[in-house]
Design a protein around this ligand. Structure first.
Ligand SMILES: NC(=[NH2+])NCCC[C@H](N)C(=O)O
Length: 232
């Protein structure tokens, strides 16, 4: 379905659910366009584990490593995954918001000099600079189709409490909206995931806070301005 939407020139919006949905959405996206796909992964986690490096065995910690060609050799045989082959280059993948990495993930980010920006960089350079640096590195000529994969756990736990693997010290909603404004203004967005919302993890008010944060992010990407709330 993502392939169909993207190939008809529309932007695919995918709501999750577990971040492993991105294996399918990014795969479909890259099949639906003639352009190369750049992937911006906004998340507390890099989700770069393989089934053998993963400390938890949870699939939501593995999607990015299934998607990039450079890590194909690191994967043991994965029956039932024959439908998917990696189609992205790791230098077209960027991360914003990282603050909880496993040893293999750290090693991969270093080995390939990946455009990975953690909360330290966000604090040091500011979110505007970090977003521009990330986009410049993963899509230097601005000609690739952009896939934005937004995990609500990139946000601080106060902004998005209802998520399975929260990590304190994350992005403010304002910082996330800033990322969305910059991405929107590039005109390159071709597909979006908003994932890891789990309203069952918390009370009604926390669920509402989390869902509203996600709605803000989506609306901002699709033109909502903070100054006047009519979409441009
Ligand atoms: N999309 C997520 N919430 N990922 C969390 C991953 C946590 C941990 N790194 C793991 O591999 O299990």
């Amino acid at each position: 379905m993502v392939k169909e939407v993207v190939s008809s020139g529309r932007i695919a919006v995918n709501l999750g659910g577990d971040h492993s949905v991105a294996v399918g959405t990014v795969d479909g996206h890259s099949r639906g366009t003639d352009k190369r796909v750049s992937l911006l992964w906004v998340d507390a986690h890099a989700d770069l584990n393989t089934s053998s490096s993963s400390p938890s065995g949870n699939a939501h910690g593995m999607p990015v490593s299934l998607l990039v060609k450079e890590l194909e050799e690191d994967w043991p045989d994965t029956p039932a995954m024959e439908w998917q082959r990696p189609r992205l280059l790791i230098n077209n993948v960027g991360f914003i918001g990282l603050r909880d990495l496993d040893p293999y993930e750290r090693e991969v980010l270093k080995r390939f000099n990946v455009a990975a920006y953690g909360m330290e960089e966000v604090d040091r350079y500011g979110i505007v600079e970090v977003t521009k640096m990330a986009l410049n590195r993963i899509n230097p000529d601005g000609v690739n189709a952009l896939h934005l994969s937004f995990d609500v756990d990139s946000l601080d736990i106060h902004e998005a409490p209802c998520t399975g693997t929260p990590v304190r010290g994350g992005l403010s909603l304002r910082e996330a909206m800033q990322v969305m404004e910059i991405v929107r203004d590039t005109g390159t967005l071709s597909a979006l995931d908003v994932v890891e919302i789990n309203p069952l993890l918390g009370n009604d008010r926390q669920a509402e806070t989390t869902v509203r944060a996600a709605v803000h992010v989506i609306k901002t990407l699709f033109g909502r301005c903070r100054f006047d709330s009519a979409p441009s």
